[in-house]
Design a protein around this ligand. Structure first.
Ligand SMILES: Nc1ncnc2c1ncn2[C@@H]1O[C@H](COP(=O)(O)OP(=O)(O)OP(=O)(O)O)[C@@H](O)[C@H]1O
Length: 379
């Protein structure tokens, strides 16, 4: 029977109570994406709920952030409980999302959130993470751009098969971003095919990067991922001060020497009052392809300790995996090239977590208060 010809009823008081209690019972459950079910309720993500004559429950969600992976996890975890406690045969989970902001946060036209990906030192996998995270957000239905601000080694064009692209302008003023795999990008690498960008220092580099950001004709974007230059010097401080960021993420390896730079990075972002979403540990472990043995070439739990010390979430652990490097060298991030690979799963969860945290951080920042309630729209 087509859904439209079914008769839908509101949930009775008992059913609503059970629904609420199942969600509340799991309010401390993080859904592996840093979100509590309380938060989902308070943000009115459960748009409406109804039940049809065959006792199929309809739960219609609308998320103000790209959260498909989190939604599927929540469904997997809560469905058996709801079926049992409500004594019903089936549940229809309906997912919709539209990335929202409470007021314009960025000063870049059409861009809702700018998220900076940074690292205290070079070579830890900042660009690899930025591009895979961007692709994972895009796969979840968000409109995503990348600004490759890594003037010392702009690698995003190569990682997205666009190394030969040239920038164009339709109006003689704004640069048209380069499109690849559904992502739009701009990079210092499109402008400078040689090494001349490498000699830029301090104010000149920051000015060029801010120009690149503001003078690109970005389409409407939910998330703009900013691949920052490595380090914690003047350029990073100026970018942090002059660009309205929704959040920043620090990438590190578990190695002590890299972790020292993480501390500097945390302090720098605190200083310029950019909210830190958390830390990602890259190259956390390696699994031997022939025998399956797991080794830790760069140490164990380094980022976990730092995250605990600064009370920041450890957002993800990414293994050292040849596939990740080969895919990027071939110009197609693993998240796009291999939808079922374990690396893709890690980035998909990371994307859900980052999207939710970005939203909740901004909601908190703007002190938005919504009473905790379900809205039964069928009433
Ligand atoms: N988890 C991983 N497994 C395998 N290779 C990786 C991994 N992370 C990064 N790499 C590879 O390591 C190299 C350096 O990574 P990447 O360019 O992302 O680092 P970076 O921190 O952005 O460096 P820089 O700051 O110098 O630009 C790349 O060739 C990349 O493909």
């Amino acid at each position: 029977m087509p859904a439209s010809s079914k008769r839908f009823n509101s949930l009775n008081d008992h059913q609503l109570e059970v629904l609420t209690s199942v969600f509340k019972e799991y309010s401390s459950f993080t859904l592996e994406t840093s979100l509590t079910t309380d938060f989902l309720i308070s943000e009115n993500c459960l748009l409406n709920c109804s039940i049809d004559e065959s006792l199929e429950l309809f739960l219609n969600f609308h998320f103000p952030f790209a959260w498909q992976a989190g939604f599927l996890k929540m469904k997997e975890q809560l469905e058996p409980l709801l079926l049992h406690k409500l004594s019903i045969p089936s549940i229809k989970w309906i997912y919709n999302s539209q990335v929202l902001i409470h007021k314009p946060l960025t000063h870049v036209k059409g861009v809702k959130h700018i998220i900076a990906i940074s690292s205290g030192k070079g070579g830890v996998g900042k660009s690899s993470t930025a591009v895979n995270l961007a692709a994972a957000l895009s796969v979840q239905g968000a409109k995503v751009g990348i600004l490759d601000a890594d003037i010392y080694g702009p690698s995003i064009p190569t990682m997205l098969s666009m190394a030969d692209a040239d920038l164009t302008s339709l109006d003689g003023k704004l640069m048209e971003p380069v499109k690849s795999f559904g992502l739009v990008t701009n990079s210092i690498g499109y402008l400078s095919k040689g090494n001349d960008a490498m000699i830029w220092r301090g104010p000149m580099a920051s000015k060029a990067l801010i120009q690149l950001l503001q003078e690109t004709n970005w389409p409407d974007l939910d998330y703009l991922i900013l691949d920052m230059p490595p380090g914690t010097g003047d350029i990073q401080i100026t970018l942090g001060q002059q660009i309205e960021l929704s959040g920043a993420i620090i990438i590190t390896t578990p190695q002590d020497i890299a972790l020292l730079d993480v501390k500097k990075g945390v302090m720098m972002f605190n200083e310029v009052k950019v909210p830190l979403l958390g830390i990602i540990e890259n190259m956390s472990w390696h699994t031997c392809e022939s025998c399956g043995h797991e080794s830790h070439p760069f140490g164990i739990d380094g980022a976990k300790k730092i995250a605990e010390e600064f009370k920041l979430p450890l957002l993800a652990n990414i293994p050292l995996d040849i596939v990740l490097r080969e895919d990027l060298d071939a110009g197609c991030p693993t998240t796009i090239a291999r939808p079922n690979h374990r690396i893709t799963e890690i980035f998909t969860n990371l994307a859900a977590r980052v999207a939710a945290m970005t939203y909740s951080n901004c909601a908190k920042k703007q002190k938005k208060e919504i009473p905790l309630q379900f809205i039964d729209a069928s009433k």
